[in-house]
Design a protein around this ligand. Structure first.
Ligand SMILES: Cc1cc2nc3c(=O)[nH]c(=O)nc-3n(C[C@H](O)[C@H](O)[C@H](O)COP(=O)(O)OP(=O)(O)OC[C@H]3O[C@@H](n4cnc5c(N)ncnc54)[C@H](O)[C@@H]3O)c2cc1C
Length: 230
């Protein structure tokens, strides 16, 4: 940590230069339908009983997905754990086909420290994009301000709880970057579309990082179907 004279602060204060810890999202597999791709093909061949155990499934799966026979992907499911922030979980929850259990701030207090967000510049014309080219010193100063802001809100949150204010009321003052944990289960059809939509460049980077991690898990578990993602 070193001291720097601020270029941006109106009174050119001397600020400390930190190596801030960026938010570390994570995802991990909880459970998955066993032999999912084989099972999907078996069910798909319901009208051709003699052929149901046919080991040659790659062509069938590719044909069905290419031609929009999505229902066969609803024969298998996967559940993942996602660790992210409330700002990002609210975007994931919009996918109505996902089945979600999220950490409740009503029943448990938020214990984890809030991590400092990455700061990117707003794209001048595209509202869905941001650019990673802000001045490093400016980012450091702003992250320092954010750190102070988070510490103050954390202190107030703890004070409210210490006076007996309910968790459901106290949480109202927490920033959107509060950590959260979710268990999300969905059929392969719904994961397929979620991954395609949320790995697209128009999705916020932090949400895209999660979708990319889920894509990696998906491709590991379902190599044939996973290779058909965009
Ligand atoms: C970049 C971006 C910006 C957004 N901005 C806003 C905003 O400003 N305000 C807001 O309220 N919401 C916003 N949203 C959320 C968006 O409107 C949807 O609510 C969200 O993407 C969930 O999509 P969905 O309703 O299709 O649900 P999903 O659960 O993803 O899909 C519903 C069903 O449709 C199926 N399905 C999906 N795609 C296909 C497909 N291509 N072919 C066949 N079946 C399909 C799924 O399998 C599922 O069964 C944004 C989303 C994105 C990605």
């Amino acid at each position: 940590m070193k001291e720097v004279v601020s270029k941006y602060h109106p009174h050119h204060l001397i600020l400390k230069k930190y190596d801030f810890i960026q938010f570390k999202m994570s995802c991990k597999l909880i459970w998955v339908t066993e032999n999912a791709e084989k099972l999907i093909s078996y069910c798909c061949r319901v009208s051709n009983p003699k052929n149901q155990d046919n080991e040659n499934i790659e062509g069938l799966l590719k044909y069905c997905i290419k031609n929009g026979h999505w229902s066969i992907l609803q024969m298998a499911s996967m559940c993942v754990e996602i660790n992210t922030t409330r700002a990002i979980s609210s975007q994931i929850i919009r996918h109505r086909s996902l089945n979600i259990q999220e950490f409740s701030q009503r029943y448990q207090k938020v214990e984890q420290d809030l991590e400092i967000p990455e700061l990117r510049r707003q794209h001048p014309t595209n509202r869905q994009m941001s650019l990673n080219d802000l001045d490093e010193d400016l980012v450091n100063e702003l992250q320092y301000e954010i750190k102070k802001h988070f510490e103050a809100s954390n202190l107030l949150y703890k004070r409210l709880l210490s006076y007996g204010v309910a968790k459901e009321c106290s949480r109202a003052i927490l920033p959107m970057n509060s950590p959260t944990k979710m268990y999300v289960s969905a059929t392969l059809r719904d994961w397929f579309h979620f991954i395609n939509v949320r790995t697209h460049i128009s999705t916020q980077k932090e949400c895209r990082d999660i979708a990319l991690e889920i894509k990696r898990i998906f491709q590991e578990q379902f190599p044939i179907i996973g290779n058909l993602l965009d």
